[in-house]
Design a protein around this ligand. Structure first.
Ligand SMILES: CC(C)(COP(=O)(O)OP(=O)(O)OC[C@H]1O[C@@H](n2cnc3c(N)ncnc32)[C@H](O)[C@@H]1OP(=O)(O)O)[C@@H](O)C(=O)NCCC(=O)NCCS
Length: 158
């Protein structure tokens, strides 16, 4: 009964949580979607500034996302590798993961967050406040829509 489970997102804090983060990504992007051949890890995963997030459904990690600053000032952030295991989908893990990534980048001084979004997920991100930010482009060998969200707090009445 997934609907009754408590969900929570946080940065991977132990080797086991980091392994679970990578296991979710591997299952989704390597085994399910075949976006990557063998491994989806890249140099960003070795960068100490990269934040590897896990999403718990009850006591089990069912989702992951990572985020990192794109510039030395930490004003522009990227989120990627958003993945929820198939058995946990459409039960509200993806949305907290996206919101957690956005909130975390904002708390760290980010002004804007960008992402390359698979075309089937553009509507999903629009519902979460993101907007299209340029033409469709090839990213990891697949068409992706560049999208962005403003991280600055809105002034009252604006
Ligand atoms: C995209 C993904 C992360 C969404 O995670 P999820 O846990 O299923 O999403 P949620 O349960 O938080 O969904 C919230 C709402 O969005 C809807 N939704 C989910 N995926 C959607 C999609 N691709 N397009 C439009 N709506 C979608 C759900 O139906 C739900 O609607 P509701 O609130 O009316 O019930 C998940 O489907 C996934 O991991 N897919 C494979 C990997 C992937 O595509 N990653 C993103 C790469 S850009």
């Amino acid at each position: 009964m997934l609907e009754t489970l408590t969900t929570a997102c946080r940065p991977a804090a132990t080797p086991a949580e980091l392994a679970a983060h990578h296991a979710v990504r591997h299952r989704v992007f390597v085994e399910e979607q075949h976006v990557f051949d063998g491994s989806d890890r890249d140099a960003r995963d070795d960068d100490p500034l990269t934040i590897h997030v896990v999403a718990y459904a009850g006591t089990t990690i069912g989702g992951a996302v990572r985020l990192y600053p794109l510039d030395p000032a930490g004003e522009r952030w990227q989120g990627d590798r958003l993945a929820v295991l198939p058995e946990y989908r459409v039960h509200g893990l993806g949305t907290p993961l996206v919101r957690y990534a956005v909130r975390t980048a904002a708390e760290r001084g980010g002004l804007v967050m960008v992402a390359h979004i698979q075309l089937r997920n553009v509507g999903y991100f629009q519902r979460l406040g993101w907007h299209c930010d340029g033409e469709v482009e090839t990213y990891v060998n697949l068409p992706h829509q560049p999208m962005a969200i403003d991280l600055r707090p809105r002034a009252e009445g604006s």
